[in-house]
Design a protein around this ligand. Structure first.
Ligand SMILES: Cc1cc2nc3c(=O)[nH]c(=O)nc-3n(C[C@H](O)[C@H](O)[C@H](O)COP(=O)(O)OP(=O)(O)OC[C@H]3O[C@@H](n4cnc5c(N)ncnc54)[C@H](O)[C@@H]3O)c2cc1C
Length: 388
């Protein structure tokens, strides 16, 4: 059957794309939902405004053969067998357990901080600086360590990352690190499954969405009239952009990425990620050396090395949105948008940008699996906020 043609204001014609389920965004959230609905026999169309699949987990090959994670380093890890079985259905993973360093006083020190470092620089009887219930990020960090250590590793790193004084940040941010009493250097030693897709994330995402109709370079918010969804539109872009920023913009931080390729050395740093936590080291917060994140056999064959230095900034273009800003004003603004989204029939706004939440990849997959189950049962409204 021929699809009907749409007449645009400028007089041009295009074919109306019809589907039961329209998924806006081919990141992990959109792709997991697309896969699950398609496997259940539903008619699905995915559109993405970028020219590639996979959202922020996308990666690409540098001319040297080095695989670069386009939107920053992505270390896959999960404790869930179900999520691991799901991702390994589409691609083989090789074991990769991230070990990070912080460049402090000219030395590469463990990150998270090793207790032995604190003992060496402060003394064996060191104690955390702060006791009591922390009211902000600074107090929460000082409840883990002495002030001198906090000032070298944490304070200025977070001020660079968020662009505000550390004392104005939320205490919850401290949940992402600890002090290693046993000096364990791996970022997540207790995570059951860890790795990186052997043929890259772009390959993983292509495989995940195989057989699903996809339109790239398609900004849904600019081309709504070209597509019609009879059952549900699942929007995984920024929730404030969906509403044309009607209540104001939610704040985000992003990273500007500067790349370099060194031909005269095979390795430039001791591990994949080296943090530069002090203001005196410049505005960048970390440098990635991608060869460390590749299987040793592949990395050995590559001459030279590719590095990416990341410098935080406040993006105005939604394409650069990476980290939701962790403060109460933005949390409240998000809740107002959430109520509006919940009141909009026929649309589910979800994913890291739609729910204004930092999700690790496994959390994004778990959430998308849950939402898919609800969509299939017809109760995707299950966790809509009560009105009021
Ligand atoms: C710098 C950084 C590092 C990270 N590192 C890790 C890590 O090491 N380990 C880990 O587990 N997780 C990591 N994450 C988290 C991971 O990136 C997310 O879990 C994942 O990207 C969430 O996928 P998503 O589909 O919700 O969002 P996205 O990947 O952002 O996908 C949303 C998609 O929607 C599209 N879109 C938006 N608006 C429109 C529109 N109007 N029309 C059409 N398409 C649209 C976008 O182009 C995008 O492709 C990291 C995140 C960041 C920012």
């Amino acid at each position: 059957m021929m699809s009907p043609a749409v007449l645009f204001r400028d007089g041009s014609r295009n074919t109306l794309l019809k589907t039961d389920y329209l998924i806006v965004g081919s990141g992990l959230t959109g792709s997991v939902i697309a896969r699950t609905l398609t496997d259940a026999g539903r008619d699905v169309l995915v559109v993405d405004r970028r020219d590639h699949l996979g959202g922020n987990v996308h990666d690409h090959s540098h001319a040297s053969g080095v695989r670069v994670h386009t939107y920053g380093p992505h270390y896959f890890r999960t404790n869930s067998d179900r999520i691991w079985d799901f991702v390994t259905r589409f691609a083989e993973f090789y074991k990769y357990e991230a070990c990070l360093k912080s460049l402090v006083d000219g030395e590469h020190e463990n990150w998270p901080i090793a207790a032995s470092y604190i003992a060496k620089h402060i003394g064996k009887d060191w104690k955390p600086q702060f006791t009591g219930e922390p009211g902000n990020f600074e107090e929460a960090a000082l409840s883990l360590m002495p002030r001198q250590i906090y000032e070298k590793f944490i304070k200025e790193y977070n001020e660079k990352q968020w662009g505000v004084p550390a004392s104005s940040l939320s205490a919850d941010l401290c949940k992402r690190f600890d002090v290693r009493q046993d000096d364990e250097p791996r970022l997540k030693p207790n995570c059951k499954h860890q790795g990186i897709p052997l043929m890259g994330y772009a390959h993983l995402m292509r495989q995940m969405i195989e057989g699903v109709r996809v339109e790239l370079d398609f900004d849904y918010l600019k081309r709504r009239g070209e597509v019609e969804a009879s059952e549900l539109t699942i929007f995984t872009g920024p929730i404030d952009e969906w509403f044309d920023f009607e209540l104001g913009k939610l704040a985000y931080r992003g990273q500007q990425r500067a790349h370099q390729y060194l031909t005269d050395t095979d390795y430039a740093q001791p591990c994949g990620q080296v943090n530069t936590p002090m203001h005196s080291q410049g505005p960048a917060i970390r440098t990635l050396e991608w060869k460390h994140m590749m299987p040793a056999e592949q990395a050995k064959r590559i001459k030279g090395t590719a590095l990416t230095t990341e410098t935080p900034y406040t993006p105005t273009d939604p394409g650069g949105y990476e980290y939701p800003f962790p403060d109460s004003a933005n949390a409240e603004l998000y809740q107002r948008y959430r109520r509006m989204a919940d009141d909009t029939q026929g649309v589910l706004v979800c994913g890291r940008l739609g729910e204004y939440r930092y999700f690790d990849m496994d959390q994004a997959i778990a959430r998308a699996m849950l939402l898919s189950e609800r969509i299939l049962k017809g109760d995707h409204d299950a966790d809509r906020l009560p009105n009021g």
